[in-house]
Ligand binder design. Structure first.
Ligand code: C5P
Length: 301
């Protein structure tokens, strides 16, 4: 018997970052939108906890106890007194270390897969609680769709999305460490008052209306200056996508993946093709939003 769960990537359509808190995290107003690029996590009974990974970027994924999927299995097992003797296989399609919550997706996927495999039947609230312990973005990977995350991003309110948004994601040659980007942002704000993070009503309305033009006008990412400071080559990627007709361009989360909002599916294909030809990125992927959260795709016995 094995269980497979499909989990989406995300883009932050707004990432408002407050000052550093005493616990080292930052208060956020984080508007997440799930996009249709997926990892699949398959859980199979085994003699001990083991993680494997396949896909073009598999070599960059740690397979030891630091893997967030392994930590998710251990956290669920601990809570329910079940030994986490499970083989977790991650079929990875979400860019690694790219600011698209790939690691968080794997954690949410492993949690849902192990819950089904072990019959622990955790409530949604319990699963969300474990997700929040594992990482700030993990609850959203479980929920999908669109949501405003406050606190360190883990306290979610679901948001309505009234249409399909078409995106292009340019995968950079290299990665960025999320803590390093937050540290760089703190450095850039040193000596200034950081405003309290607040969700943009115009952005929430653009999502609700499914209005790509309106959304393009209000996309924002407070981590973008820090990501660009650490990875200046991203400027040329952003420019290449805008020159190709994207409605808007921004760094996805802490980067270095860059996100381009397109008017429609055809335009997205054109932007992706131009980005591939531009030589300013390693790959360009088209995907649409919203996408569902962690979903069981194959309970087979
Ligand atoms: O919660 P998560 O483990 O994904 O966070 C990774 C790192 O990102 C944290 O260690 C911290 O440096 C930074 N972070 C932050 N404020 C947040 C979320 C993440 O400073 N709200």
């Amino acid at each position: 018997m094995s269980v497979t769960v499909r989990v989406p990537a995300k883009v932050n359509v707004q990432l408002a970052v407050g000052g550093a808190r005493p616990d080292g995290f930052h208060d956020l107003a984080n508007v997440f939108l799930a996009v249709g690029l997926y990892d699949e996590v398959t859980a199979t009974p085994a003699d001990s906890l083991r993680v494997t990974c396949s896909g073009p970027d598999a070599a960059q994924v740690p397979l030891d106890a630091s893997n967030l999927a392994a930590r998710a299995a251990l956290a669920l097992g601990e809570r329910y007194g079940v030994p986490a003797d499970v083989h977790l296989h991650i079929a990875k399609d979400i860019p690694v270390a790219g600011g698209m919550a790939g690691g968080s997706a794997d954690a949410a996927g492993a949690l849902v897969a192990c819950d089904a495999l072990w019959g622990t039947n955790a409530s949604r609230a319990e699963l969300l609680d474990i997700c929040a312990e594992l990482g700030s973005d993990v609850p959203f990977s479980l929920v999908g769709g669109a949501a405003l995350g406050v606190g360190r991003g883990e306290r979610l309110t679901e948001l309505a999305v009234g249409g399909t948004f078409h995106w292009v994601f340019a995968v950079a040659d290299g990665g960025l460490s999320t803590p390093a980007v937050y540290r760089e942002s703190d450095r850039m704000w040193e000596g200034h008052d950081v405003p309290a993070p607040e969700a943009s009503p115009a952005l929430i309305e653009a999502l609700r209306a499914g209005d790509a033009e309106a959304l393009a006008g209000v996309l924002s990412n407070d981590l973008e200056p820090a990501a660009l400071s650490l990875f200046p080559a991203l400027e040329s990627t952003l420019t290449a996508g805008l020159d190709a007709g994207a409605l808007a361009a921004l760094v996805s989360g802490s980067g270095p993946t860059t996100a381009f909002l397109a008017a429609d599916a055809g335009s997205a294909e054109g932007v992706a093709e131009a980005l591939r030809k531009s030589g300013t990125c390693r790959a360009a992927r088209v995907a649409s939003s919203p996408a569902p959260g962690a979903t069981l795709t194959s309970p087979t016995s």
